[in-house]
Design a protein around this ligand. Structure first.
Ligand code: RTP
Ligand code: MG
Length: 148
């Protein structure tokens, strides 16, 4: 089953949106494989956002993502990568539709509440950056026939 890496950014944690955000992915029917509240080192931030190294916003992005705890998660389900990006909404909250996480809670592009992997390759890379294999659990739900 496909997996993705999602992360409530420091602004979302400080605004006490962890529960609200987890609820959206649970309600959609996805399956939580792993989660933890953690601090990100500068080194990990630079690796995670490596594709943006050299861009004008890179330093602010690294400073922001290391400024406070994040809530890192791995979610599982069919097409979870693409559907999660839809649930998150566009990168800039001014373009994100109401009903999406960024559309409902975000105000600024630099503080847009949540991160989500954008492809199978980045999902695999990001999951292995943030989680050890033993931190991802396999378990079944009693209503497994209807949800992931
Ligand atoms: P993310 O990686 O955090 O899930 O966001 P994304 O895929 O929607 O957007 P991406 O292009 O990967 O950009 C990563 C983060 O960099 C910040 N950003 N600032 N000032 C700017 O023009 C600008 N552009 C991007 C955003 O916080 C974005 O989430
Ligand atoms: Mg991205």
């Amino acid at each position: 089953m496909e997996k993705t890496f999602l992360m409530v950014k420091p602004d979302g944690v400080q605004r006490q949106l962890i529960g609200e955000i987890v609820a959206r992915f649970e309600s959609k029917g996805f399956h939580l494989a792993g989660a933890k509240l953690m601090s990100i080192s500068k080194e990990l931030a630079e690796k995670h956002y490596g594709e943006h190294d050299g861009k004008p916003f890179f330093k602010d992005l690294v400073d922001f993502i290391t400024s406070g705890p994040v809530f890192a998660m791995v979610w599982e389900g069919e097409n979870v990568i693409e559907i999660s990006r839809q649930l998150m909404g566009k990168t800039n909250p001014k373009d994100a539709l109401p009903g999406t996480i960024r559309g409902d809670y975000g105000m600024f592009v630099g503080k847009n509440i949540i991160h989500g992997s954008d492809s199978p390759e980045s999902a695999e890379r990001e999951i292995s950056l943030f989680f050890k294999e033993e931190e991802l659990l396999e378990y079944t739900s009693s209503i497994k026939e209807w949800i992931y």
